[in-house]
Design a protein around this ligand. Structure first.
Ligand code: SAH
Length: 275
């Protein structure tokens, strides 16, 4: 076991780098739980972010998906992954930062994303992929840091509540599937992990409207402040207090107090006022 904060040794002696979030899954039981949970069928087009040495990649291919798009940033993994792709034509590799991929161009377009992702990009990655719910990418199964799983699934009135969690609530649902201890990875991360499942079913149009995420980020900007104090001055609204009351909200509430449907009402009121 490596104690180096910068990485450690992965299977096959590969030098794992901390900046790439490289903690490779080595536990067969967890791997099986993930692929079983994702219930990959023959016709599924799947997206994997950060295939690494291809452990999950191989398991997904074995389950029989029709195409697997895998996005990897670390060029040192080229040889390993390309030799897998050579044997397995359903695997399509994309060498890029997962936050910069032109997902719209993926052909055939994926319906599911199943991935043990680099933990540092969890929030921006999920925001990025949510934009494609309308195109059909509606099932997401991720390994994330345990605290991130808690935030993603956090309900109203909890201190873990944050803009992405609100958005997931109104677009579908999040379920924490299982905890995963550091011993299931090489090198071992210093944090606990968890598998989360996101199923998107509604309100996909919110991702086409920058006002939705701007409103949430503004409202949550300073957590100790009230909704009114965070929002005043936002969106050319003259009287925020009146707008909040008209929407049935108490201006003294904090952003974390609001339920998904209240956020939807506020967004609608804001949209119509902004014109
Ligand atoms: N899925 C593999 C590896 C997980 S580690 C397994 O379970 O064993 C995270 C992986 O994401 C690494 O392969 C790392 O190189 C890759 N990665 C890190 N940052 C990335 C980014 N911005 N875009 C795409 N891949 C990235």
């Amino acid at each position: 076991m490596s104690r180096s904060p910068r990485g450690g040794v992965a299977p096959d002696g590969f030098r794992a780098l901390h900046r790439f979030g490289q903690n490779f899954l080595v536990d067969r039981g967890v791997l099986e739980d993930i692929v079983r949970r994702a219930s990959i069928g023959e016709d599924d087009v799947v997206l994997e972010i950060g295939p690494g040495q291809g452990v999950l990649t191989r398991a997904l291919l074995e389950r029989g998906c029709s195409r697997l798009h895998a996005v990897e940033l670390d060029e040192r993994l080229r040889e390993t992954l390309e030799s897998l792709a050579l044997r397995e034509p359903r695997l399509c590799l994309h060498w890029s930062d997962a936050l910069r991929v032109d997902y719209a161009a993926l052909d055939p377009f994926p319906r599911k994303v199943v991935a043990n992702i680099p933990y540092s990009i969890t929030t921006p990655l999920i925001w990025t992929l949510l934009r494609f719910a309308g195109r059909g990418l509606r099932y997401h199964l991720y390994m994330v840091q345990k605290e991130a799983a808690d935030r993603l699934a956090a309900e109203a009135d909890t201190k873990e509540r944050y803009p992405l969690g609100v958005t997931l609530e109104v677009m579908g649902g999040v379920e924490r599937v299982r905890r995963v201890p550091p011993s299931c990875f090489r090198p071992r991360p210093r944090v606990d992990s968890a598998v989360v499942e996101i199923v998107l079913t509604r309100n996909f149009h919110l991702m086409e409207d920058a006002l939705w995420s701007d409103m949430l980020h503004r409202a949550f900007a300073q957590r100790r402040k009230t909704l009114f104090n965070n929002l005043k001055g936002f969106g050319k609204i003259e009287d925020w207090e009146e707008l909040l009351r008209k929407t049935g909200l108490d201006p003294r509430n904090r952003a974390e107090d609001l339920r998904g449907e209240e956020w939807l009402r506020l967004h609608e009121a804001l949209r119509t006022s902004v014109g």
